[in-house]
Design a protein around this ligand. Structure first.
Ligand code: FE2
Ligand code: FE2
Length: 175
């Protein structure tokens, strides 16, 4: 059975991957190879609010908790939690670079590589196993919980604002 909530996480992965593509493209096409600080700041907002505040909150606050109850899925949940911690350390490195007015492109590209790998792991190894391993009522409960977390963190228009801000920073850079 497929879970609507798990499909929503898959769709969020696509949004995250599109933003990472843009960041990589900005680094590739800049004359000095550096992502403009304004775009880095817009990306940080997106990472804090959309990725960590909402998406990872759904995974850690609901999905991994349900996985921990399942003998076969518990270890995967532990691995993914460690991944998320690693991601936060990489985000801290981006913040440090900005604060110290150093180029943040290296840490941003490091984060992009990390999250691409993490998403691939979830898409290819975890979500199908979750849909097979968890019961229909639990999947339905997860869907409801995901909606709650999203409405607490993102409301109705925060995602659009974050993406518009990213677009504006990207376009302003002459693309
Ligand atoms: Fe994750
Ligand atoms: Fe994810």
């Amino acid at each position: 059975m497929s879970g609507a909530g798990i499909d929503a996480l898959r769709a969020e992965h696509e949004t995250i991957l599109l933003v990472m593509d843009r960041l990589e493209d900005a680094a590739r096409s800049a004359a000095d190879g550096q992502i403009p600080p304004e775009l880095v700041r817009a990306a940080l907002d997106f990472i804090h609010i959309y990725v960590d505040g909402s998406h990872h909150a759904k995974e850690e606050g609901a999905l991994f908790v349900a996985m921990a109850e399942n003998r076969l899925l518990a270890r995967l949940a532990d691995t993914l939690t460690l991944d998320h911690d690693e991601g936060r350390m990489l985000v801290a490195a981006i913040e440090r670079a900005l604060l110290e007015e150093r180029p943040a492109t290296g840490p941003v590209l490091g984060y992009a590589a990390f999250i691409q790998h993490h998403i691939r792991r979830e898409n290819e190894m975890v979500f199908d196993a979750v849909e097979k391993g968890l019961s229909e009522p639990i999947l339905a409960e997860l869907d409801a919980r995901f909606r709650e977390i999203e409405s607490e963190v993102l409301g109705s228009d925060v995602t659009t604002r974050l993406l518009t801000q990213l677009d504006a920073a990207y376009e302003r850079d002459g693309r």
